[in-house]
Design a protein around this ligand. Structure first.
Ligand SMILES: [Fe+2]
Ligand SMILES: [Fe+2]
Length: 315
């Protein structure tokens, strides 16, 4: 029998399961939850104590697991009686899985489908639940997740919030959320030494380093463009995520951006400072307001600022 690992956080608690869950313990797969039963809080506490990070499902149950994720997205995420913490965990677990899988195999149709679902889950969470953005953005990060993935998740959450206050519709919000998750996919194609550039402040890079780093939007776009199932709008958003209206961005030094392009670029440059460079949200906002003046429309910067304050991310 073959088993597939899945993130524990993607198993929404207190929902009866249509598939069996296994854990890998002392070199064996042990059945942990039977069909028809649900994951309960006490299970989660036990798993944490035993430091078990993954569930396993039987390969033949993959379809049932996918249906379960769809059901939670459609029935639970906008249910106001369900705990916010559970929703945030679920959204994060799905988004992490999606970004990790796309890093491993950017040509996988199933992984892209999962990315779209993860983005929609995040969009519904943020758009339909007051306080969700604050909860998601301020969540305690899982230690196993690397900075690149954390950054992609945070950008994806931020773009949805900003798109909403800019009155963009659900399709634009979904597209931005997907692009947020995948925008820095190109970084994972660099060699180990080049990947370190991600941790550097762009302004402090040497000319040679800048030349290398400037390639990452096109690298991601090239990878995704090859797949007929990827919407060209997503490729375009990713290609332009480092562009600024001042013409000081890259790779094309554009001077005109669509509103979704500008939102993605702004959220990216803000969150890079918070999640990757370790600035406080308040300081990052201050720096963006000063350093990025002229790089984005003032009206958008003001809406962005209001969004951060209204959501309690910046006090
Ligand atoms: Fe980037
Ligand atoms: Fe980024």
């Amino acid at each position: 029998m073959d088993y597939t690992p899945i993130r524990i956080s993607t198993i929404f608690p207190k929902r009866a399961l249509s598939f069996e869950l296994y854990i890998f313990f002392k070199e064996h797969f042990l059945k942990y939850i039977e069909v028809g039963r649900a994951l309960e809080e006490e299970h989660l506490d036990k798993l944490k104590k035993q430091k078990i990070a993954r569930f396993y499902i039987r390969d033949t149950d993959e379809g049932n697991y996918q249906n379960f994720l769809d059901e939670v997205l459609n029935q639970t995420i906008d249910d106001p009686s369900v705990e916010m913490g559970d929703k945030v965990n679920f959204a994060e677990g799905n988004a992490c899985t999606a970004v990790e899988d796309m890093k491993k195999d950017p040509g996988s149709k199933q992984s892209y489908h999962n990315t779209k679902r993860a983005a929609k889950t995040l969009r519904k969470l943020i758009a339909d639940n007051p306080d969700a953005l604050k909860n998601f953005y301020g969540r305690k990060e899982t230690a196993e997740t690397d900075l690149l993935i954390k950054h992609c998740l945070n950008v994806s959450a931020l773009v949805v919030g900003v798109a909403k206050v800019c009155d963009l519709g659900e399709d634009d919000q979904d597209a931005l959320s997907i692009a947020g998750l995948l925008h820095d996919l190109g970084i994972s194609r660099y060699n180990e030494e080049e990947q370190q550039l991600f941790l550097k402040v762009y302004k402090t890079m040497t000319l040679e380093e800048k030349k290398i780093y400037q390639q990452h939007p096109a690298m991601a776009a090239e990878l995704l463009k090859k797949n007929p199932f990827v919407d060209p709008i997503i490729v375009d958003l990713i290609l332009s995520h480092e562009e600024k209206i001042s013409g000081e961005g890259y790779p094309e030094k554009k001077t005109k951006l669509t509103l979704p392009q500008e939102i993605l670029s702004l959220c990216n440059c803000y969150d890079k400072r918070v999640t990757v460079l370790g600035m406080s949200p308040k300081d990052a906002l201050k720096v963006v307001q000063v350093d990025e003046l002229g790089n984005y429309n003032l009206e958008l910067i003001n809406k962005f600022k209001k969004q951060l304050k209204d959501n309690g991310i910046v006090i």
